[in-house]
Ligand binder design. Sequence first.
Ligand SMILES: [Ca+2]
Ligand SMILES: [Ca+2]
Length: 169
Amino acid sequence: MARRYLPVGGRAIRYRYRYLSGVQFPTGLIVNLDVDNNGQTDALTDGSLIMRYLFGFGGDTLINGAIGPDADRTTASEIINYLDAVDPIMLDVDSNGTVDALTDGVMIVRYLFGFTGETLINGAIGPNADRSTASEIEAFLQSFDLGSDIQTMIGGNFVGQFRGNMGLI
Ligand SMILES: [Ca+2]
Ligand SMILES: [Ca+2]
């Protein structure tokens, strides 16, 4: 498969693709926690969508009451397609090789509710996790948060992806 480098971030992007062999993203896809793509990351919409997706919900049970105002992604198929695409990068929060609602999903929702430290990770780190401390989990999720400094600075989470894929966070 030909590898495509996004025109942002130079070296970091090349590393990203090297370490994500076989994962090809449409050019311009920005990976972040704003699942409904309304410009905000929010626990009750984006967080709910991620949890429902991880529990295998589809159709109306996936999206009912969970799409924020002015969202660009509003249908179940749009939400599923987006989360399928970003799953390998963003959803394995504890980096243990599997994506699970009761660990990764729980931490995403707690993060979106503003939890930090032990309240962010307590009881939610999966077995054999590479990321297991609150600071590691928080840094990883911040890299996908629209409100974080990294997102604001570079207009995407490319640095976060790079660091995550290199095992630096
Ligand atoms: Ca949103
Ligand atoms: Ca995991």
